[in-house]
Ligand binder design. Structure first.
Ligand code: FES
Length: 122
């Protein structure tokens, strides 16, 4: 059985570099809020905490990965306003054949937040 796609959330991110490090970290807040939102829905992906995705200057960062799927790194994910949109995008990513979610099918708030994409292994 193939593992579910993953939504990896950096739990050590700070949303705004200008505001300095938060306590708890904004990334941790994002992770906990997404975890709560996922618990209320039957989501087709696993949620994983990560410590630094090497995208530290672009707000809260997340990465999507999955077998035979393109990987995506997103930045500037606002833990106050983007929880549902992030869950929706993760569902669309998980349900796609190859990880590619068409631009027009991405939630508005996240359309311009792609930092990088990584080719699948196979
Ligand atoms: S601390 Fe989150 S990407 Fe580096």
């Amino acid at each position: 059985m193939t593992a579910k796609p993953r939504l990896n959330i950096c739990v050590t991110c700070t949303f705004s570099a200008a505001d300095g490090q938060s306590d708890p970290r904004d990334g941790k807040v994002l992770f906990e809020r997404v975890k709560t939102a996922c618990a209320e829905r039957d989501v087709p992906f696993d949620l994983h905490p990560a410590e630094c995705l090497t995208n530290c200057k672009s707000g809260c960062s997340v990465a999507f990965s999955g077998a035979a799927k393109w990987g995506y790194v997103y930045g500037n994910v606002d833990p106050d306003t983007m929880i549902e949109d992030l869950c929706d995008l993760a569902i669309r990513y998980s349900e796609s054949d190859n990880g590619i979610v068409a631009w027009r099918e991405r939630p508005d708030s996240l359309r311009r937040n792609v930092i990088a994409r990584i080719p699948p292994l196979d």
